[in-house]
Design a binder for this molecule. Structure first.
Ligand code: NI
Ligand code: MN
Length: 226
């Protein structure tokens, strides 16, 4: 599967002919200034939680593309109020979409929308079809709840985990998460956007390599094949 990184926690991939965009935060991110928002295609916007650094461009992309927001009930309700259609979920639930299965799983974090509206519980997504299964963790601490994923979902081919520390787990904890979710290929996100989350790339990769894991830290705009 080809995964394109738009910076911070924003990703695009195509699954069974549908365009999935995760946590779009592009226009407010000076480091992502080379990304042209108008070229991003989306059938679905999967939003892990309501924080501005995860939803900033969802309204714009959602309206232009007629995309469906998939998130917590509270985040979906907020976007429905802006005229964007949605599919509400809550923790532990899964639903078969036309591109594949989505399970909304626990994240240990907080969630409020940009205008102060309560965002419900934050989450992550496990997404799969017959060929591929991946986990987009959203913003989260390391939590033993991650150990539920290999028990309840197909074997993960890759996972997108935050590694920047301070607001989420750092790379040391993310390497433990990779063990707990039984996944060898990790794409890091939520790093280097702000001074609080700048990381040493080589040190981070070494921590994963010591556990027999591969950490990919994509450049903004890069497409990685996993
Ligand atoms: Ni957050
Ligand atoms: Mn965040």
């Amino acid at each position: 599967m080809k995964v394109t990184y738009f910076g911070h926690a924003a990703f695009h991939l195509e699954m069974n002919g549908k365009h999935l965009v995760f946590d779009p935060f592009i226009s407010p991110n000076p480091k992502a200034s080379a990304i042209d928002l108008a070229n991003i295609q989306a059938d679905y916007l999967l939003l892990s939680h309501g924080h501005g650094d995860h939803v900033a461009d969802a309204e714009q992309i959602g309206k232009r593309c007629g995309a469906t927001v998939v998130s917590s009930f509270e985040v979906v309700s907020w976007f429905e109020g802006k005229g964007i259609k949605g599919h509400p979920m809550n923790l532990g639930g899964k639903w078969k979409f036309d591109f594949g299965m989505v399970k909304y799983v626990n994240a240990v974090h907080s969630s409020v929308l940009p205008d102060g509206t309560y965002g419900g519980n934050p989450g992550g997504f496990v997404v799969w079809d017959a060929d591929c299964c991946f986990y987009f963790a959203g913003d989260t601490a390391l939590t033993t709840d991650m150990q539920i994923i290999p028990l309840t979902c197909p074997k993960l081919d890759f996972a997108i985990l935050p590694v920047g520390d301070n607001f989420t787990m750092g790379y040391e904890d993310a390497a433990i998460a990779a063990d707990w979710i039984a996944c060898d290929t990790i794409i890091g996100c939520h790093f280097d956007t702000f001074p609080y989350i700048e990381i040493d790339h080589e040190a981070a990769k070494k921590v994963f390599a010591a556990r027999g894991k591969r950490l990919i830290l994509p450049a903004i705009g890069e497409t990685v094949a996993v």
